[in-house]
Design a protein around this ligand. Sequence first.
Ligand SMILES: [Zn+2]
Length: 420
Amino acid sequence: MKAVLDHIGIAVEDIDKALAFYKDALGLEVEEPEDVATERVRARSVPVGGPVLELLEATAPDSAIATYITKRGPGIHHVTLRVEDLRTALAQLKERGVRLVNSEPRPGAGGSLVAFIHPSAAQGVLVELKQRAEPDLKLDVKRLALGDLQLTSLHDGPIRLDGGAMFGVVPRPMWEKLTPPDERNRVQLAMRPLLVEASWGRMIIDCGAGDKMPPKQVDILALDRTRALDQALVEVGLTSESIDIALATHLHFDHFGGATMLADGALRPRFACARYLIRDAEWEDATHPHERNRASYLQEDFVPLEAAGVVDFFSGDSVIRPGVRVERTGGHTGQHQIVYIESGGRTGVFVADLIPTTAHLQDPWVMGYDLFPMDTLAFKKRFIREAIEREYLIFFEHDPKVAAGYIREKNGKRFVEQVL
Ligand SMILES: [Zn+2]
């Protein structure tokens, strides 16, 4: 089990008096008070570089904090360790004969789950285990009409990638405020393919990571295959067989890994009735990987498509179908492209890894993964300006919460007005 220090709970008689030491004498920043009704306490967090000190004052005489203070006076009340999967952690502890106060997870502050281990099992220390809530992840299937086209934001579940790699040269103190990393320095992301339905058929743009990942990769990437593209399609009454066209922005595993599947030990196209549309120069790069991009271009994701004769290659910036065209951005990969969806005088743009999340709105916030970051920067500067002026509806493929929205600018600050 992996566990990291989340916070230390300190029982105080009067939270405001305690601030005379923590805030005034030490000069620490103290967060706003929070009432935790279930525990009958008021809490104020004092961040001290990662873990926090949590000052706890009883709000009722039968609160555990009140009892503690009556018996032992103010002092350290508990130590909280954060685990990824609380249920599994409790099962392990039970198996090892550790005495628990709570054998089942119970709701804690801010949507977290918590359980206490009995102090007799931990040398007199009350240890709390905590599983963080997922306030930073929202996986919904949502639709909207854009002119004559029906757009559906699908998802292939969550994925976590290294925070440093996601934000390139931006130092952690800046990005961690927008995207707090977990104990393995990973940030929460999603994979959100987009479905376009028109008179000419159903097109899926990108298709997530798919189900071929070995367990070690599933763990490293924190994939959750109980929430994936098949289920998302079912929510709108579709299956993999409903897809006529699968268009790739580029061939990285988190964008086109879902294009193939393993069945009876063989690799075959995942969308049985679809043509696969791939830019020829991207195919060239993907099938001739080098040391720097080999881990992202997994041959089993796309080579079987060509073998099955289902790929239609195209060259250069093209109109793919009426209302759908691609434009090369370069940067992330040499041939990375974005997809414009235009109908009824409106424009939606599926920006793939050009602006992977709403935390990447500032021009220099470019991913460390990008092979040609200066190309990303140049394209992005021009594109975001245009997107603001022309009110493009932007589809963010990797944002953990926002599937689509308009980029706005006010007093030089950029933000997204969420639509989906
Ligand atoms: Zn990506």
